[in-house]
Ligand binder design. Structure first.
Ligand code: NAD
Length: 322
């Protein structure tokens, strides 16, 4: 096997991450051979076109299966939608784990999964990868598509210190905050707990901002009060859901809720949090209510699926008009 780098999952996040990773490794003359794979062949093709346009001297190969990626790469990054796709890519017949098992030795192979998925499923996949002799970290991200594009993602990493040490230089080419959260699954645990808090906060900020306007308050005045008082949080000060509430800032609500963190992804993450909380016997009364509300919002207004989750404000405002 060569020492090329493989990337599986070239969606909204993965294509930007792979672009940064490959271009920096190529420019610094560390690697010149890269392998990519996506279930949708157009995703891989358009990535290749974009990359070759900028780096015509690089050797970028599109392959059909995770098996082909592992057979030609010692470092493989996966960035997939969620648990079922990770299970497929790692466990299917031509998947990563059966291929690692078929090698004379998988030592020195590093798997990095940046998908946000179920913690227990991720731990089980990592266990089976490590049993083959390869190493693995969970490395979910925070920062969204703009962060992926700018190479400023935060990576929350779970795995042994050795695996973290090996993954860090690669993650630094795609992000600027690399945090070792603990053993296998700890990165995902941290990511899911953060998004549980965020998902609840965004709803209550929408509730407070709506109630304030009904009481006759100017949204800019109310936002300034909250943001200099004890209710301040990211959802009120950066991602405020009410247009013109934040001076000199441009949250997604100023663009009809486009270009942020999709409501569908927030619903997925709330589901991951409430599921694992159930398994752990940890109460999440507000998380459970928030998950139901996001699900209800999407059922009532499917247009919001790709819009930023702060659009929950628009949903509440419409409900109050009925
Ligand atoms: P996406 O749906 O745009 O991309 C996923 C890619 O995986 C697609 O190109 C899809 O074709 C490919 N894929 C699916 N199944 C496959 C398979 N079996 N084999 C090969 N390729 C396969 O998703 P995204 O927005 O890039 O998000 C990826 C992950 O990052 C998700 O877990 C998401 O929760 C997380 N995340 C996303 C954001 C965001 O703002 N988009 C922010 C933080 C974290």
């Amino acid at each position: 096997r060569t020492k090329s780098i493989g990337f599986i999952g070239l969606g909204r996040m993965g294509s930007e991450m792979a672009y940064n990773l490959f271009s920096k490794r190529f420019t610094e003359a560390v690697d010149s051979h890269f392998v990519v794979c996506d279930a949708v062949s157009d995703a891989a093709k358009s990535f290749k076109e974009k990359f070759y346009h900028q780096f015509p001297g690089a050797n970028l190969e599109i392959v059909e299966s995770p098996q082909d990626v592992v057979l030609s790469s010692q470092t493989v990054i996966t960035m997939l939608p969620s648990t079922p796709q990770v299970e497929t890519v790692y466990r299917q017949h031509k998947g990563i784990i059966p291929t690692l098992k078929s090698l004379p030795s998988a030592d020195g192979t590093l798997l990095m999964d940046s998908t946000t998925l179920d913690v227990e499923a991720a731990r089980s996949v990592a266990e089976d990868v490590i049993e083959t002799g390869a190493d693995m970290v969970d490395a979910p991200v925070s920062g969204g598509v703009p962060g992926a594009k700018a190479g400023t993602l935060s990576f929350l990493v779970g795995g042994t210190s050795t695996a973290f040490g090996h993954s860090r230089p690669l993650l630094e080419l795609m992000g600027n905050r690399i945090i070792h959260c603990g053993g296998s699954g700890a990165g995902l645990g941290a990511k899911i707990c953060n998004n549980l808090v965020l998902g609840v906060q965004q709803i209550v900020v929408a509730e407070g901002m709506l109630l304030g306007q009904k009481l006759g308050l100017d949204p800019a005045v109310l936002a300034a009060v909250i943001n200099s008082s004890t209710g301040a949080c990211w959802s009120s000060s950066v991602n405020n859901p009410v247009p013109r509430a934040l001076n000199n800032k441009s949250p997604p609500c100023e663009r009809d809720y486009e270009g942020g963190f999709a409501t569908a992804l927030m619903l997925k993450d709330m589901g991951l949090a409430t599921n694992v909380a159930k398994t752990m016997g940890s109460p999440v009364p507000l998380g459970g209510a928030a998950e139901k509300l996001y699900a209800h919002v999407l059922a009532e207004d499917p247009q919001l699926i790709r819009k930023d989750f702060s659009s929950v404000y628009r949903y509440l405002a419409r409900c109050s008009e009925e």
